[in-house]
Structures are given as C-alpha cells and as structure tokens.
Design a protein around this ligand. Sequence first.
Ligand code: FAD
Ligand code: NAI
Length: 475
Amino acid sequence: MSDYDVIVIGGGPAGYPAAIRAGQNRLKVVCIDEWRNYDGSATFGGTCLNAGCIPSKALLESSELFHRAQAEFSVHGIKTGPVAMDVAAMQRRKAGIVRNMTGSIVQLLKAAGVTAVQGHGKLLAGRKVEFTAHDGSVMTFSSKHVVLASGSQPMPLKTAALDGTHIVDSWGALEFDAVPKRLGVIGAGVIGLELGSVWRRLGADVVVLEAMPTFLPIADQQLAKEAMKHFRRQGLDIRLGTKVLGATVTQGEVWVNYSDGTVASQSLTVDKLVVCIGRRPHTADLLGEGTGVVIDDRGLIKVNDHCHTGVENVWAVGDCVRGPMLAHKGKEEGIAVADRIAGLYAHVNYETIPSVIYTAPEIAWVGQTEEQVKASGRPYKVGCFPFIASGRARAMESSQGFAKLLAARDDDQILGVHIIGSMAGELIAEAVLAMEYSASAEDLQRTIHAHPTLSEALHEAALAADKRAIDMPNR
Ligand code: FAD
Ligand code: NAI
C-alpha cells in the first residue's frame, strides 16, 4: 500500500494549488518544499511569493506612490513639503506582506488536509520519493501519483557572474537597502522593466542593456512602441542590440563592457548590476536513477498537453514544463492535474493565458498580436481606443495608452486584446473571459460597461473594430 495518494514536490504557485485541490478531492496528500530565504527561514510559496510576483508588486506600488506624490499631487492641488523615501520602511512593508502571504499558504494546505513538509524531494523509480528534511533526516515515501512542480531559477550570464552584492539577480534587486545611484540592468524583459521602473522612480539612473534589436518582441509591436516612448520619457535608458562582454567589480563599482555593434566596445559604470535575462527550469537533484522522466534539451521536464510525463502517474506543472513561466499558468496546470488524478474533467486553455507587465503604464494582453494574426493570413479588423478619450482616465490623470482589439473579418471572433494604460492588468480579465467564451467583437459591443470606467475603453475598441466608436472619431 502507498503512503500517499499524491506527493507534490514544490510548494510554489503550481505545486501548492495542486496539493490543495488534491486535498479538496479527498486524496491523501503531502507537499514537499525546500525554499530557504536569505535569513535561512523555510517558507512555502516558491519564487512567486518569496522572490517574485508579490515582493515586486509591493515595491512597484510603493515606488509608484512616491513618484505620484512628487510629480502628480500638485496637479490635483495637493500641496506637500519635500517628499522623501524611507527605503527601510518600504522594504519592511514588502517583507510583512510576503511573511503574511507565505504563512497563510501553510494554513491553506492544513485546511485542505494536506501534510506540508519542508526539505528536498527526489523522485525515485516506482513512484517513491526520497525526502531529506532541512535537519538532514531522510525518509522514503511511496505514492500512487507524483506531481513535479520544482519551478525555475534565474539564467546565469557567463560574462556577468553574480557576486551577491554588486552584481545580483532579480531576488537581489528586490532586496536593495538603499537606492543605487546608478543601476545597470541586463535584459529588457519583464523583470528588467518592472525592477528597472522601481529603482528609477526612487531616483536611480537606470541603463538597460538588451541583446535583441527589437523591444519586447513577445508583445504586439504597436504596444511595444508606445511602451518604449513612455519608458524613455520616464528616464529608463534602454539600449537595444547590445552584447555584454564582461562585468567586473572594482572598488565598489561595477564596470560593464558591452558592444552595440557600432564600435568594438563601450563601457558603463554602475553601483549595482541586475542580471535578468530569463529563467530556466529548476530540476537539480530532482530525479533519481531510472524514473523514466525525460528532461528535454532546454532543461524542461517533458510533458504532454495534460501535463503527464509519460511515466505512469507522474505529472509535472508550472515553470519546470513548457509554456510561459507565469504563476497563473502554473496554478491552472496544478489544479487541472489534481482534478485529473481524481478522475474529474480538467482543461487548461493555453490560448487564453493573459500576460501583464506591471510598469506604469501597465501592459497587458491575451491572444494573438497583430503581427501573429497578420502572419496567419486570416483577414482581420482592428479597433483602437486611446485612454485620452476616456473620462475616467482623464479624471485619474492616467490618460496614456490605448486598448486594442483584433477580430476576425469572417466570423467576428476576438483574436487578441492588447492594452497599455492604467490598470491594464485588471482590464484584461474581461477580454480573457470573452475569449474563453468564444465571444465576438459584437458581443463586447453589446455588453453594457459602467460609466465612467476604464473598462469603457475595451467596449469602445470593440466598437471601433467596426468603425462604430462613439467617444472618438472613426477613421
Ligand atoms: P516556483 O515558484 O519556482 O516554486 C517551485 C518551488 O519548488 C520552490 O519553492 C522551490 O524551492 C521548490 N523546489 C524545487 N525543487 C525542489 C525539490 N527537489 N524538493 C523540494 N522543493 C523543491 N509571474 C506572474 O504570473 N506574475 C508576476 O507578476 C510575476 N512576477 C515575477 C517577478 C519576479 C521578480 C520573478 C523572478 C518572477 C515573477 N513571475 C511572475 C514568475 C512566477 O514567479 C513563476 O512563474 C512562478 O513562481 C512559477 O511557479 P512554480 O510553482 O512553477 O515554481
Ligand atoms: P524575459 O524572458 O522576460 O526577458 C529576458 C530579456 O533578456 C529578453 O528581452 C532577452 O532578449 C534578454 N536577454 C537575453 N540574454 C541577454 C544577454 N546576454 N544580454 C542582454 N539581454 C539578454 O525574462 P526575465 O525578465 O528574466 O523574466 C523571467 C520570467 O519571469 C519571464 O519569462 C516571465 O514569464 C516571468 N515574470 C513575469 C512577470 C509578470 O508576469 N509580470 C514579472 C517578472 C517575471
């Protein structure tokens, strides 16, 4: 007899929801997680809660308020004295939020009847799992099913080795105890833009070195162009098409050598350098001999569309498998696998996974970009509505950006929605739901949106796709 019905290895946003749902499905579950913080404390929640989504959003919020207090309050007629930032207090607030949220995961696991243990899990042949607790004691569990949810870790860059103080990864950049005067960022991806924005708003001079010649190639290029305009205006110095040749720490400064293709080598001196060039699956010492689980050439655990590894009753979810490395994608996969294990129906719609970049303005999208629709050859129509024409956006002093909707000419199906502007990350949820229900542009046109709200921009973008917008001239 097996010790458990389900063993989940990894307690991040893919693993802990899998464990909770399996518990809700009345299965006997253990969730194993090895996360350790800088201070040595062991917590659940993985990258997302400890060193990713949540702490970054806490700092984005604090830094945005600081910026608005400095730059915007006077427009509203609010008079303040000089505004100053207490970085230690900002970091204490962030740490408190993280502590609170990671602590509540333990409660959630408990409430679902899940045994939560802290230490390293290793899958052995025959669905046995070797568990090494943080105190070094070792036990072996057997299980009917095993779910691998071991997540990801930052990709290293040979030419800019981390020293943990001056050259750091994204986690290090969330922990600065003072605003660096000069900050270098390698990689103008999601992390580079979000964390670059945090420290820029707090006063750092920020230079971002990006290898690709195109800015945000994964986004709709109309959005990317608009975003670049705002970021440059905010003072983010984004240099595209650059190659970092080396980075050395000398007398407390980081000397970065890079090439941009025009001259052999350029140099940049900064106080801190953040390397954020993508993440790779974390599968170190996860698999013992003869498990049969396959790791592909990108280091990802090989799975089918149902997150099954091909080895009987062994599943894998989240950042350690193919697909975007996003917390909500991992969560849905974890839940779906737990339901499949219980014999229930489950489906993850990979076509409607939203992406959000939490800069100001925010950037959010779902579905295909205009470039992808064009390449597909399907005739399409576009509706765009600028927030400057939205009463609510004007009242919020947030009139940058636009909402854009792409729909098929043949059957009016919504193919993609792209929003850049205030609260874009919240607004995109309506588009996700519409696409999940296979809505047409006309469905959105006929849906009543409260006035005055930012959501009216999506309504108007849907109307604009048929040149029927009300609150702006149709072109
Ligand atoms: P992880 O969160 O990495 O969790 C895996 C867990 O498994 C970890 O706790 C790890 O210690 C543990 N583990 C690994 N191997 C073992 C083992 N052998 N035994 C026991 N335990 C093990 N995504 C978003 O959707 N929105 C955001 O706003 C966002 N912001 C981000 C900001 C930053 C700075 C970063 C770095 C990432 C951000 N992400 C965001 C990405 C998001 O954090 C990941 O997609 C998400 O955490 C992946 O979840 P996961 O459960 O697959 O892996
Ligand atoms: P990323 O893939 O978003 O961006 C990495 C960037 O670095 C790319 O633009 C890439 O071209 C560039 N790059 C690669 N090698 C380089 C080099 N040698 N020199 C200069 N530039 C180089 O990865 P990032 O920002 O590290 O984030 C990792 C993952 O975390 C993302 O894939 C994302 O899924 C997730 N994440 C999600 C967030 C969100 O949903 N808001 C926020 C932060 C992270």
